[in-house]
Design a binder for this molecule. Structure first.
Ligand SMILES: [Zn+2]
Ligand SMILES: [Zn+2]
Length: 188
């Protein structure tokens, strides 16, 4: 585990690469988390080996098990953990997930395996844009936001890449108010 810098407890969003993740990806997530959620973000690896969550029949990783481990490993400086992995994730009832979060909890994870296609990594609807959208979406769940029916809202549930590309990288007005209220309640 990396050295944890001394900062006040529980006010930092930890962006946590699981295994080898290109630095531009963790950097893009960290910058956007700071901007969107208003907390300092730090890139701190917490978990390297996720073989405990591997399902050999599906050749995928069970995301719920990884979240439990991340939450347990989160140091005191961490308010929330956003993990990012290259491995394909699943929930038992679904073929795959782009990510999963503990609703109102500490940890979330996204998988980049299905978000990056081909070589186009630049624009908002390409790999980088999708990764940031999914990270904001999952962290939104950690701040207790549910799925939103507005298909342009970042909290809209996406099954396909076309859905991810269709939604914006913003919270709708309703979700934005809910998020602000929940963040304010943390300081009370
Ligand atoms: Zn969701
Ligand atoms: Zn919304």
């Amino acid at each position: 585990m990396a050295d944890i810098p001394a900062v006040p407890e529980g006010n930092t969003i930890l962006v946590s690469p699981v295994g080898k993740i290109a630095p531009w990806i963790t950097r893009a997530i960290a910058e956007n988390m700071e901007e969107v959620f208003g907390f300092k973000a730090r890139i701190i690896p917490l978990l390297d080996d996720i073989s405990f969550a591997f399902d050999p029949d599906r050749n995928q990783y069970h995301s719920t098990l990884i979240l439990e481990e991340l939450a347990a490993l989160c140091p005191k400086v961490g308010l929330k953990v956003v993990a990012v992995t290259k491995e394909d994730l699943f929930l038992p009832i679904l073929t795959h997930v782009y990510g999963e979060a503990q609703l109102g909890g500490t940890a979330c994870i996204i998988s980049i395996s299905r978000l990056i296609t081909g070589s186009d990594m630049g624009g908002v609807n390409s790999g980088a844009g999708r990764i940031v959208k999914e990270a904001i979406h999952e962290l939104g769940h950690c701040f207790d936001l549910r799925h939103c029916e507005d298909d342009t809202c970042i909290m809209h549930y996406c099954r396909k890449l076309a859905d991810v590309d269709k939604k914006s990288n913003q919270f709708c007005r309703y979700c934005n108010i809910f998020l602000s209220d929940n963040i304010r309640a943390l300081g009370e």
